[in-house]
Design a protein around this ligand. Structure first.
Ligand code: AMP
Length: 439
């Protein structure tokens, strides 16, 4: 596919070619046909994917040159930051030399930008706050805006521009074309799209964006701790990070994992700098294999490559999902992301899937047998790795058992290491003594 396949004039295509732009990027290929035909588009793409041209070319192609002084803008592009607004303005100036644009943003005097608006423009590129100020003053009139672009809608939300964006949209003509781009779809962005886009073509290139990790959703029972233990035994990761929501949960889960035979420690906001460093050191050296962390504690954590990330509890925001998951499969390595979801959480998982533009695999928790086999494998490895001197201390005992054919005792020893502990509440458990070998 080339730019000649689109409904663009030959001059535009040649101008792009002179800049080395010949083959459309995926978001351009997905969005341009509809956008050039005047349809609304919801484009899901990140920065750097070529999305600017996906809306700049339609503006260039669809607006005729005009010259009347004081003419009202026929296109409005909203961008979250001054830098992005300037970048977009530069791109528009290149592809639409027949049009006059004005760029407005905050953090600078009102006079010059207001004068430029009053002189008349074909399009306006603006940050929402300043655009709204001018619109309230009557300096920026949007009655003639036939094309409205929302660039990086999710970032506009983060910057607190919701109300400004909605007020500006409300001031434009109802028959307009709306092109909305976003890298994620938080609730507000989704609602905005539903309210303000008419039968949009969804151009989603996020879903084709390969992530190097495999994402698996586990439908977990009420007892998540036991489910996690089984998963850790079965996956047997060199290093993993388990994400929870609260400090209390982090500490509790780490203790519980340790009692189930997993070398796990917690990192959370209440740890002092020294303790935190000590835990991380153990994790780097492989003595601690599982870190149980809160999102806050994990931020800025300098940890080595992990091969498993567990969303023990679902993150509140898709952004948190990406931050957590991005801890694995870095630097060309592979990794697994396990998502725990309880019975009532299927909808929340689907919302994360929609936000990141991928569908996760549904996986089965390993059964008791699979977990036990994995655990046995680890135990045998650890046993073989014992130093000769240590083995020598107990060799006589082992030889005596073998000689006597005492399989019972060996089985008991393995049960002690391999099977879950008896629950506290069982009356058969005698105080002070560990019962082993249930089943
Ligand atoms: P954007 O994501 O719109 O900021 O674009 C990122 C960079 O890619 C910009 O420098 C564009 O000039 C460039 N670019 C956009 N589309 C193409 C294309 N089809 N081929 C080559 N470069 C492109």
């Amino acid at each position: 596919m080339t730019f000649e396949d689109f409904d663009l004039n030959a001059g535009t295509v040649r101008a792009l070619a002179r800049r080395g732009i010949q083959t459309p990027t995926p978001i351009q290929a997905a969005a341009l046909p509809a956008a050039l035909a005047g349809r609304d588009v919801l484009g899901l793409a990140r920065t750097g994917t070529g999305k600017t041209l996906a809306f700049a070319l339609p503006i260039a192609a669809r607006l005729e040159p005009a010259s009347a002084r004081g003419r009202l803008p026929r296109a409005l592009v909203l961008a979250p930051t001054r830098e992005l607004a300037l970048q977009v303005a530069r791109e528009l100036a290149q592809v639409a030399p027949h049009l006059v644009g004005v760029t407005v943003y905050g953090g600078t005097g009102y006079q010059a930008q207001a004068r430029a608006l009053s002189a008349g423009a074909d399009y306006v590129v603006a940050t929402p706050g300043r655009a709204r100020d001018y619109q309230k003053q009557g300096v920026l009139r949007l009655d003639a805006a036939a094309i409205v672009v929302l660039d990086e809608a999710d970032e506009m939300l983060k910057a607190g521009f919701e109300e400004d964006v909605e007020a500006l949209l409300g001031a434009t003509a109802p028959g307009r074309q709306t092109l909305m781009f976003s890298a994620t779809l938080p609730v507000w962005a989704r609602r905005l799209a539903r309210r303000h886009l008419k039968d949009p073509v969804v151009a989603n290139v996020l879903k084709d964006e390969a992530v190097a990790y495999r994402e698996e959703v586990y439908r977990v029972p009420r007892d998540r701790e036991e489910a996690l233990s089984r998963l850790l035994f079965a996956k047997d990761p060199e290093r993993s990070i388990v994400f929870v929501r609260t400090k209390v949960e982090a500490a509790r889960l780490a203790d519980r994992l340790a009692s189930l035979g997993h070398p796990a420690r917690a990192v959370h906001g209440d740890l002092g700098q020294r303790d935190r460093e000590r835990v991380l050191q153990a994790f780097r050296q492989g003595r601690t294999r599982h870190l149980v962390a809160t999102d806050v504690a994990a931020r800025g954590l300098d940890v080595p490559e992990v091969d498993l990330v567990v969303h023990y509890q679902l993150p509140d925001q898709p952004e948190a999902y990406q931050h957590r998951s991005g801890r694995t499969a870095r630097a060309g390595r592979s990794g697994t992301v396990a998502i725990f979801a309880g019975g009532g959480e299927a909808g929340r998982v689907r919302r994360i899937e929609a936000a990141v533009g991928r569908r996760f695999a549904r996986a089965e928790l390993p059964g008791d047998e699979a977990a036990r086999t994995a655990r046995l494998r680890r135990l045998v490895e650890a046993a073989r790795a014992q130093p000769e001197a240590r083995k020598a201390q107990v060799r006589a005992i082992a030889e005596a058992w073998i000689k006597a054919g005492d399989v019972e005792t060996l089985a008991g020893l393995l049960a002690e290491r391999l099977l879950p502990e008896e629950p506290e509440s069982l009356p058969t458990r005698r105080p002070g003594r560990r019962r082993v070998g249930r089943r």
